[in-house]
Design a protein around this ligand. Structure first.
Ligand code: NDP
Length: 330
């Protein structure tokens, strides 16, 4: 099978040279195992962290070993009585055209609820990140103002729609006029192009005349600096991602927000979606329900071809995707 390995650890922005293609043997199946043909590969910003060997909540990728991430695959051979040939599964699997996995290492998905790739997006890890981060940590109430950064991405677009379902006034930030227009179509009340707006603080103040009650942060950096200045009393911040710093080679410096959090009695909480593993089924059920009722829309940027996986991953840091970035392999 074709595989994509980590060739070396990037300093700063990763490039195609940090990935290496290799042909590998597929081992024979043993008891309870399945042979999986990759259908869709998920490329996700957190994977940048695993390319480095800095200490984190998840072990680094090993140089010379395949990259591992979210994969949607079809069972093409089975020694597992619960997973019949033709079943569709998701799991954390190697970037390979074929994988051998223990049945217990993958999760079967229903093929009739939504497009199957949505189990890497709306009904998978990113959708659940939005669901728990917004509803459990931010807990927006009707009439409150919610800001979400990285709003046109996989997590952000779901956060904004969930906040609208809660009756909030919703503001998103994103990196192009097309994305801003798209957010308005989705029902966001206001959207700000952070790349072309000269004064983000001023734009936020205009969009949030009553101040900010909830901030769902995917991005960090200058956008957060502006948000922290406009928090209301008892604001809640879900610290989901900091993509603006993932390729930084120096410790980012900026205004220190602690005093602002203190004065507003704000609550800031970092979280990893796996903190909510025991509530996963509840999240999938609710998201599926809202999706089938037409209350939640979802968007994907689909790149075609196994050889395009590194490029699709690198595109995340250039803002090439709207909604979930996935690669269609077969
Ligand atoms: P996205 O689909 O949002 O893709 C990444 C987007 O980030 C790009 O399209 C780009 O959009 C934006 N971006 C890239 N570089 C920068 C930058 N320097 N400054 C501002 N924006 C930038 O990814 P996800 O929805 O999958 O993830 C969003 C965030 O959530 C990430 O930070 C990720 O690490 C985090 N995350 C955290 C999880 C958790 O458990 N805590 C789980 C899943 C994701 P634009 O055009 O707007 O710049």
């Amino acid at each position: 099978t074709q595989a994509i390995l980590l060739a070396s650890r990037p300093q700063g922005e990763p490039t195609a040279n940090h990935f290496q293609f290799e042909t590998r043997e597929v081992p024979a199946l043993t008891t309870d195992q399945v042979l999986l043909k990759t259908r869709y590969v998920s490329v996700d910003p957190y994977m940048r962290g695993r390319m480095s060997d800095a200490k984190s909540y998840i072990a680094p990728f090993e140089v010379g070993k395949p990259i591992v991430g979210g994969v949607m695959a079809e069972v093409v051979e089975s020694q597992n009585e619960k997973l019949l040939v033709g079943s569709l599964v998701v799991g954390n699997l190697a970037w390979q055209e074929y994988n051998v996995a223990d049945g217990a290492a993958v999760q079967q998905i229903p093929a009739d609820k939504a497009p199957i790739s949505y189990f890497l997006g709306l009904l998978g890890m990113p959708g659940l990140t939005a669901y728990f981060g917004l509803l459990d940590i931010c807990q927006p109430k009707a009439g409150e103002t919610v800001v979400v950064s990285g709003a046109a991405g996989a997590v952000g677009m779901v956060v904004g729609q969930l906040a609208k379902i809660q009756g909030a006034h919703v503001i998103g930030t994103a990196g192009s006029d097309e994305k801003v227009a798209y957010l308005k179509e989705l029902g966001f009340d206001e959207a700000i192009n952070y790349k072309t707006t000269p004064d983000i603080a001023q734009a936020l103040a205009a969009a949030a005349p009553n101040g900010i009650d909830c901030y769902f942060d995917n991005v960090g950096g200058a956008i957060s600096d502006a948000v922290y200045d406009q928090l209301n009393k008892h604001a809640r911040i879900a610290l989901c991602g900091q993509i603006s710093t993932y390729n930084a080679t120096e410790v980012p410096v900026g205004p220190r927000p602690e005093g602002k959090l203190l004065k507003t009695s704000a609550k800031l909480q970092g979280f990893i979606v796996s903190d909510y593993l025991n509530r996963w089924p509840e999240g999938v059920k609710q998201l599926t329900e809202w999706y089938s009722e037409g209350k939640l829309k979802f968007e994907e940027t689909i790149t075609e071809g196994f050889d395009q996986i590194p490029a699709a991953f690198l595109g995340l840091f250039k803002g090439e995707n709207t909604g979930k970035a996935v690669v269609k392999v077969a």
